[in-house]
Design a protein around this ligand. Structure first.
Ligand code: ATP
Length: 236
């Protein structure tokens, strides 16, 4: 079976510090996978290994069946792997408009008409951005910056979207808006891997949960199975 994303026996870390040990993960097309686990378990490092910012010392990562383990990040992005990093993925010195415009630069096979329609769509989802098109992204509120980061992901036409704690530090109403947008992407068939501190949001969308502990997979199952595993409570 070919997966949208697959990690096989991945060992990865920072310099000599090994953080992920023989980690394997399979993400079927169109599904949403939640990566859960305590602080320091290796969730952000896993997203870094997938997106190409963390060094992988052994194992393989494939996107749609094709190996990407040694590809630089920008080439992974061109193949439709898009990351919303922890702490807002926007260019603070550029305007909202320009942030949106350049997000679609690496999108493959999209037309000008598609870009315009997608831009209208995100401005419909997040009208506050429409009122601030000329404003520098760095001057937006935290919630607005995260809306922009999410909009940039829409503009990049992701096949696989990686999201790292998009709710971090935001008001519940903003988080609801962001997750409505994620649900829209999911309903269109986008494959999603999300790291989320708030289990409620993660479990609402997730089809499969991976629980990491100390850089390894401690549990894999659907949200119902996870809820039934009381022995895992200490990890969450
Ligand atoms: P959190 O929820 O706190 O973000 P996490 O599960 O995402 O946790 P990671 O951020 O992946 O965990 O960190 C896993 C381990 O890697 C931790 O022990 C952390 O200290 C270490 N680590 C993270 N970034 C670096 C770095 N740049 N250099 C060295 N070690 C790092």
């Amino acid at each position: 079976m070919t997966y949208a994303l697959e990690l096989k026996n991945v060992t990865a870390g920072y310099g000599k510090v090994e953080v992920l040990h023989n980690l394997s993960m399979a993400v079927p097309h169109g599904t949403t996978v939640a990566l859960l686990g305590p602080n320091g378990a290796g969730k952000t490092t896993t997203l870094g290994a997938i997106s190409g910012t963390v060094n992988v010392s052994s194992g393989t990562i494939s996107l749609g069946g094709a190996p990407i383990t040694t590809l630089p990040s920008f080439m992974r992005a061109r193949r439709g792997l898009v990351l919303i990093p922890e702490g807002r993925g926007v260019f603070p010195g550029l305007s909202v408009e320009d942030n949106l415009e350049i997000a679609s630069d690496s999108a493959q096979g999209v037309t000008g008409a598609w870009k315009r329609a997608q831009r209208d769509r995100v401005l419909g989802l997040f009208p506050r951005l429409g009122e601030r098109l000329k404003q520098r992204a760095g001057t937006l509120s935290g919630g607005e910056q995260q809306m922009l980061a999410m909009s940039r992901a829409f503009m990049a036409a992701p096949k696989v979207l990686l999201m790292d704690e998009i709710s971090m530090g935001l008001a519940p109403q903003v988080v609801e808006l962001l997750y409505d947008a994620v649900a829209a992407l999911k309903s269109e068939g986008t494959t999603i891997v999300l790291v989320e501190q708030y289990l409620t949001y993660a479990l609402r969308l997730a089809d499969i949960c991976y629980l990491l502990a100390k850089g390894q997979v401690a549990f894999v199952g659907d949200p119902g199975e996870l809820a039934g595993e009381t022995t895992l409570a200490g990890y969450l």
